[in-house]
Design a protein around this ligand. Sequence first.
Ligand code: SF4
Length: 340
Amino acid sequence: MPSGRSYLARMNRVFSGIQPSGELHIGNYLGAVRNWVALQSQHECIFCIVNLHAITQPYDPRELPARTMEMALGLLAAGLDPDKCTLFVQSHVPEHTELAWALSVVAPKGDLERMTQFKEKSAREETVPAALLNYPVLQAADILLYRANLVPVGEDQLQHLELSREIARRWNARFGEDFFPEPQPLLTSAKRIVGLDGNAKMSKSLGNTIGVLDSPEVIWEKLRPAVTDPARKTRKDPGNPDLCNLFSLHQFFSAPAEVTHVAEQCRTAGWGCLDCKRLLADNMIAALEPIRERAAELKAHPERVRAVLERGAAHCRDLARETMARVRDLMGFVPAAGAH
Ligand code: SF4
C-alpha cells in the first residue's frame, strides 16, 4: 500500500471496484484486472471489493464472506501488489454509505431511472428495491470519497461514470466549492469477453466462465464443448475466425504467429475446432500457471489476504474521514461532541 503520500498533494488517483463473485474468471481478468495490475505501477490506485453493491441483487448472506475472500485472493494472485496499490472491502469503510446519502440529495431521480442497468435489472424483479435505483449514487460515492480523478471503465460503465460526474458537479454547485473532482474515464481497450456459450458476457451466474484458478483439466473440460463459428458444422467446413469467440481468446493467450496460423487453419478448414481449442487450452494453462501458483501460496496462508484487506481498509478509512469531515462541514452539520 502506498504510504506517506499527502492526500491533497497527489497527482492521479485511480479508483475501481469489482463484485465479490468468488471466482475471478478470465472475463474479469482480461477485461479489468490485467489493466489494474498495469495501472498500479503508473498511478496511486485504490481497488475495492464492492460487497455493498452485491447485496442489491438476490444473494445468500452465508456465502458472501467466502465469495469476498475468494475474490481478494484471486486479485492478489492475479498480480495486485499491496506495496503498490490499496485493496479493501467496501463495507469496511462505512463512509461509503454516508457519502452516498449526502450525494443522493443532488442525484436526479429521473437520471437514475434512465440508467440502462437499472432498467435491465429492475425488469427482472417483481418488487424493485430502492437500492437498485440508488446503485449509481453509491458508485459515485465510492469514487468521490477518495476524490479519485481516474476510473478505468469499459463501454458498459460509461453511463454510470457520466452520472458520477454530474453528481459531483451538482454537489459542488449546491454546496459552494469545487471539492469533488469530476472523475475521468480511463477506457480499457479490451473487448467485452463473451462467455463460452458464445451468447452473453462471461459471468459466473451464467455458468459460461473459465476461472483464472481452474486446473488444467477443468480448463480443457470447459473449452472442449465451447461454442465456435456456427458455420463449422463439420471438420471440412471452413470458418470465419472473426465470428468465433475462441479466436478472440487466442488473441489474448497465443503468440502473434500462432494467431495468424489459427486464422489460416480456420479459414481453410486446415484443422478442426478441437485442434484449435487444444492449442488455446495449452497457451491459457501456461499463461495462468504463475497465477495458480501464487494462489496456492495464498491459500496456504489466508492470514496474508486478511492482513492486506485490513491494511487497505485502515488506509481508506483515513482518507474517507478526511473527505467526510469536509463534506459534513460544507453541508452544515453540527460537529459531534468530541469530534476533532
Ligand atoms: S477453428 Fe478455431 S477459430 Fe475457427 S471456428 Fe474453430 S475454434 Fe473458432
